[in-house]
Each structure stands twice: as structure tokens, then as C-alpha cells.
Design a protein around this ligand. Structure first.
Ligand SMILES: [Mg+2]
Length: 258
């Protein structure tokens, strides 16, 4: 989930001002966290605290009502509703927030069930659920030692032919079915964490979210670069930084004990 936060922050200043320059400056004073980081933190907090995904999403997003880039219109209406109900979304928000479950749950079945549950409060459209499940599956697969060739086969089961889609790089597409296969394609063509993030941003389009999803998977393959991690965390408010750090420490401790 740290990879998602790093990718979101690095992509933030390009969401509405795309770049196709691969050698862009990773951090400038215009970088900030966006909704992708807030929702990722919310899911991690739900796992740490045992609160429901819905109540943590509401709590964190209401606490930060005006992040850089804002929230989508339907999500915003959901946030401010007195009785929030799922609204059949297939937006890429379900895929960008899911990463923590793939680290928290050890077996695949639990990971996929919980990925689905993180989507359901808002993204109960089949494509919205599928986006969350597919990304969690990819992260889990790599963190268990999976290799790129196997990942391509796995990703192809979710999005048949994704390596050969006629991608229109730079087109703004906020749907899961437009974003997740593109992120899988970027991962399949990357060679390191930083390379994956740069490839994600230089594709254009919904840069912060593409950065977040690609970053979340790249973390499971290559680990996050410490310098990028430290810089990204320094941009977060203290409460989000605390959740991210606590989550990382708990996961690291589990692996040490296994
Ligand atoms: Mg965003």
C-alpha cells in the first residue's frame, strides 16, 4: 500500500496536466496526496482497527473533504449522504484503494473475498468489484514470489488480450475496465519500482490513479525505493503517516515471524 501512496503523490501534479516526458522530476512543490492516498489509508486503517471498510472510508474522506484533484461527483454525493448506499460504480476508485488487503491476508481466498468487500460500499458494479479483486490478486501473486510470465497469464484471465488492447495513451478514463488492464500492461513492461512509476505517469491519462495502482503492484515485485518512501511520507499529514507506518511495521513483523 506504500507503493500506492508513492504513485499517487508522484502522479498528483500530472492528473490534469499530463506529461509524456519519462524523465520528469519525481517530486516538486506541486505534489500532494489525493483521494487515492486517503482511500488507501482508510482501507489500511480498517484492517488495523477492525472497523468496517465503509466506516473508515467515510471517516477519512470526510476528514479530508477537499484533497488535491477532489473526489468524483458520485463518490462525493455518497460521502455527504446521511444514508450512504452503493451506487453501482465501475470507476477505478475500487482498484486504487484495495492494496492493503493483499498484504494483510495471507491466503488467496481471504484476499479476494476482502478485496470484493472493500469495493462493495460504493463500487458494486461487476466491473468495479472485478477491478479491486484483480489488483489485489496481482499484488498477492507477486508478494508470494510469482514471476512476470505467470502474472501475464493471470492478468489475461481477468482482462483477456490485455497485452494487445488498442490503448489510447493519454486518454482520461476513470473506469476500472479502462484503467486496470492498462496498469497491468505497464507493470508487464517495467523493470524496477521507479521505472514502473515513471512508465505509469508518462502514459498520461488519470495519472495519480494509474500511478497508485501500478505503484501498489510494483511494490510487491521490487519493493519500494526507500528515498521515494521517505519523501512521500513527509508530504502526508501526521495521522495518515501514522497509519501507513503502523501498517508497514505490522506487516514487516509478521514476515519476520514467519
Ligand atoms: Mg486521485
Amino acid at each position: 500500500m506504500l507503493g500506492a501512496i508513492i504513485g499517487d503523490i508522484i502522479g498528483s501534479r500530472f492528473e490534469f496536466n499530463n506529461t509524456n516526458n519519462y524523465d520528469f522530476t519525481l517530486f516538486s512543490q506541486d505534489n500532494n496526496f489525493t483521494d487515492d492516498t486517503i482511500c488507501t489509508v482508510a482501507i489500511a486503517d480498517a484492517l488495523l482497527s477492525g472497523e468496517s471498510y465503509q466506516s473508515c472510508l467515510l471517516k477519512w474522506c470526510r476528514k479530508y473533504p477537499h484533497p488535491m484533484g477532489g473526489y468524483g461527483a458520485s463518490f462525493s454525493a455518497w460521502l455527504h449522504s446521511s444514508d450512504p448506499q452503493p451506487y453501482n460504480s465501475f470507476g477505478n476508485g475500487s482498484a486504487m484503494r484495495v492494496s492493503a488487503v493483499a498484504w494483510w491476508f495471507d491466503n488467496l481466498e481471504d484476499t479476494l473475498i476482502q478485496a470484493r468487500r472493500t469495493a462493495l460500499p460504493t463500487h458494486d458494479h461487476p466491473e468495479g468489484i472485478k477491478g479491486a479483486v484483480a489488483v489485489a490478486h496481482a499484488i498477492w501473486y507477486f508478494r508470494k514470489g510469482g514471476q512476470m510470465a505467470g502474472f501475464i497469464k493471470l492478468a489475461d484471465e481477468y482482462y483477456p488480450g490485455f497485452m494487445h488492447y488498442p490503448y489510447e495513451f493519454g486518454r482520461f478514463d476513470e473506469s476500472c475496465q479502462g484503467t486496470v488492464p492498462l496498469c497491468f500492461y505497464i507493470v508487464a513492461h517495467s523493470e524496477s519500482f521507479e521505472n514502473a512509476i515513471r512508465n505509469a505517469i508518462a502514459c498520461g491519462g488519470d495519472s495519480d490513479t494509474i500511478g497508485a495502482i501500478v505503484g501498489s503492484i510494483a511494490e510487491a515485485i521490487w519493493g519500494v525505493d526507500d528515498a521515494l518512501y521517505v519523501h512521500a511520507l513527509s508530504i502526508l499529514p501526521e495521522d495518515m503517516r501514522n497509519v501507513a507506518t503502523k501498517f508497514r511495521n505490522q506487516i514487516n513483523r509478521r514476515y519476520e515471524n514467519n
